[in-house]
Design a protein around this ligand. Structure first.
Ligand SMILES: Cc1ncc(COP(=O)(O)O)c(C=O)c1O
Length: 395
């Protein structure tokens, strides 16, 4: 190859790899050819990297991975091996831990609303720490007051979060003294506070003010033997726009946490930060049609499948072709659609793409969290196969 051509193809490769974070197009195409598409791939090394980055950024905090983000046995076993505990919300998640031979020693139950049967299943498994946010829920623990300890979930509304969880759960901070008094009057032990300032938050200010207010409240209620503060999740990742580096995001959180007495156990329930960047999704073009000024490409998965997070989680994933195309190849206004018969199943209506052929493979990145977890089988398109690989198999 001439030096000029060589430089050109090197440049094209670099441009094409911008969002691929080190993965090789060639290897991804080979994986799609070997296993078929759609193909959901979890990168073991990235799970480890994300977990360690967050643990380093929050050195005083114990991690309780939020299983709901990506309830995958390989992910759970890996995180356990790295020392993580688990945030469990349902009996189904407990069953998954059991299938992975993971015990309850570092598990907490964080669903503020649950049936008696779910409380029993969690206690039988060995979980002792539960979350409540109202009187009716506290009363459910009367029969189990010798086995369970409670955290009160406090509601800190956050308009800035992509997913504002305090709309649905948590009590006002001013209600905490009454709820504690109600529990104590019945001999039910309250040991902590928990909150979740919303998922994918743009800045740490919501965490900081929630920690400061929680610390104040604890200091003003010395009649309680406070032992835990659980700061939830919310730690952001990069989708199509930039996000704060995790160590910068966590620096003011650490400062706020230093206000708490050293005997308080600090917990976090990260889901998105650990799982999100750790998976990619390969999809192939199964059809194409010119409709008006745009070319529509139909892929073999879409918003009813792994990209369901576009609907439920309000996420927009980087999606790109795996073709090696030249820097000067013309880009055309295109639409990417999923395979189902529903017209809502459109991944991107406004994307510029080089011309694609049937069988070409596309990749969506940052798709580990709230994606496979909420994929449906609408139209009886089955959930994609999932692969657990090392970074070296992909790079
Ligand atoms: C109770 C609870 N904990 C933790 C999480 C995980 O949050 P994130 O994915 O923002 O880290 C969620 C997300 O819905 C949640 O509801």
């Amino acid at each position: 190859m001439s030096a000029v051509l060589d430089l050109k193809s090197h440049l094209a490769e670099q441009i094409n790899n911008d969002h691929l974070a080190g993965y090789s197009r060639q290897k991804l195409r080979a994986l799609a050819a070997q296993h078929g598409a759609p193909l959901f791939i979890i990168d073991e090394d990235r799970i480890e990297g994300q977990y360690k980055a967050l643990s380093r950024a929050l050195p005083a905090v114990k991690m309780r991975y939020a299983i709901k983000a990506l309830p995958d046995p390989y992910v759970l076993r890996k995180l356990r091996a790295l020392g993580s505990g688990f945030d469990v919300a349902t009996t189904g998640e407990i069953d998954l831990l059991k299938r992975c031979d993971i015990d309850a020693s570092q598990a907490i139950h964080t669903h503020p609303i649950k049936k008696d049967a779910e409380i029993k299943a969690a206690l039988d498994f060995g979980i002792q720490l539960f979350v409540v946010d109202n009187v009716a829920e506290i009363d459910k623990f009367l029969p189990y007051k010798d086995q369970a300890q409670l955290m009160i979930r406090v509601n800190f509304r956050n308009q800035d979060a992509v997913v504002d969880l305090s709309r649905k759960f948590g009590c006002l901070l001013t209600r905490v003294p009454d709820l504690v008094a109600h529990a104590q009057a019945q001999g039910i032990e309250v040991v902590g506070l928990s909150f979740h300032v919303g998922s994918q938050v743009p800045s740490p200010s919501a965490h900081v003010s929630a920690i400061e207010m929680s610390a104040d409240l604890m200091a003003n209620m010395p009649q309680v033997n406070w032992r835990v503060l659980d700061i939830g999740g919310g730690f952001p990742i990069e989708y199509v726009g930039p996000t704060m580096a995790i160590e910068d995001f966590c620096a003011p959180i650490n400062e706020a946490l230093s206000l708490l007495p050293p005997e308080i156990d600090l917990l976090a329930e990260p889901g998105r930060f650990v799982a999100g960047p750790s998976a990619i999704h390969l999809m192939s073009v199964v059809g194409k049609a010119q409709r008006g000024a745009r070319t529509w490409y139909y892929l073999d998965d879409g918003v009813y499948g792994v990209l369901s997070g576009q609907i439920y989680d309000h996420a927009k994933y980087p999606v790109m072709t795996l073709n090696h195309h030249d820097v000067d190849v013309p880009l055309m206004p295109s639409v990417l659609a999923g395979p189902t018969c529903d017209s809502i199943d459109v991944i991107d209506e406004d994307i510029e793409l080089p011309e694609l052929q049937i069988g070409d493979v596309m990749v969506a990145t940052q798709v580990g969290a709230y994606t496979m977890a909420s994929a449906t089988e609408f139209n009886l398109y089955h959930r994609p196969q999932s692969l657990w690989l090392k970074a070296a198999d992909l790079s």
